[in-house]
Design a protein around this ligand. Structure first.
Ligand SMILES: [Fe+2]
Length: 272
């Protein structure tokens, strides 16, 4: 069983949504940061990949040890090998969908995008990807730009691009229209936000890792306000921080920050 591979470590959360009649289990991973070379890679591409591999050897361990998360020999594998393991785990666990909350690629590069698109195409289940701050708004075969709705029994995931610590006017308007339909929503995005309700926990992180209600960007403030005040939005799943956190950003509304998938972090999210 691949789930017993010492590479993996797990966190679990449950979210009860009125009207949902049974358990729906999802596998949530974030920040796999793959870098890949293939037969079309130039020497410059290869040098860049090797440079990034060395960089992450240092930093993924640093993130994990500072957060008190598992980090030993099994977690030192290449990021692309980590993605392979995560995809194999998804096949074994067979979640209702695999949720990937950004920084799937370490940076936009043709070999990486092609590799990731093939992994997703070969995956036998449903998946939902959002872009991270290391990525573009679209990646062919992996994710599309804009707000996307994925319906399940009595609730929906809504993918939102907040990778630049803001949400576009067009996307905000689309999200508001989706909220008005009244179906319970869990937002999938990359960058977490802080509110006065979760400030104590979030302020332990450096400000690079989140945005908050004092953002100078009006759309960022509007997005947070919508997530807090709109009854349709029940919670948020995201990444970006490279360590695991589960906070309530408003009463009864969880924001779950998945840790670095490249170091074995897996979040099992059950809606019931
Ligand atoms: Fe990241």
């Amino acid at each position: 069983m691949i789930k017993d591979d010492p590479f993996f470590w797990f966190r679990e959360n449950r979210l009860a949504i009125p009207g949902v009649t049974r358990e729906h289990v999802f596998m949530h991973i974030s920040d796999t940061h793959i870098e890949v070379v293939d037969e079309n890679s130039t020497q410059e591409d290869i040098d860049k990949v090797n440079y990034q591999i060395e960089l992450w050897k240092k930093y993924k361990g640093k993130f994990a040890t500072e957060a008190g998360e598992p980090y030993g020999e099994p977690q030192t594998i290449l990021n692309v090998e980590a993605l392979d393991k995560q995809m194999a785990l998804a096949e074994e666990l067979n979640p209702e969908a695999l949720l990937l909350t950004g920084d799937n690629l370490d940076y936009m590069h043709a070999a990486g995008a092609k590799y990731f698109a093939k992994k997703l195409a070969d995956y036998s289940g449903k998946y939902i990807c959002v872009p991270g701050n290391h990525e573009d708004a679209a990646c062919e075969g992996c994710w599309e730009p804009g707000v996307r709705v994925y319906d399940f029994e009595g609730f929906r995931f809504v993918a939102v691009d907040d990778s630049r610590k803001t949400v576009s006017r067009e996307d905000l308007d689309a999200l508001k229209a989706i909220c008005a339909e009244g179906v319970p929503i869990v937002i999938l995005c990359h960058v977490p936000f802080s509110t006065p309700y979760c400030k104590e926990e979030m302020s332990k992180l450096i400000s690079y890792f989140y945005f908050d209600e004092n953002s100078e960007d009006p759309n960022a403030r509007e997005f947070i306000e919508l997530c807090v005040a709109n009854d349709a939005i029940k919670g948020v799943l995201c990444g970006h921080v490279h360590s695991y956190h589960a906070v309530e950003y408003a009463p009864g509304k969880p924001q779950i920050i998945g840790s670095q998938g490249m170091a074995g972090a897996v979040h099992i999210f059950t809606v019931c």
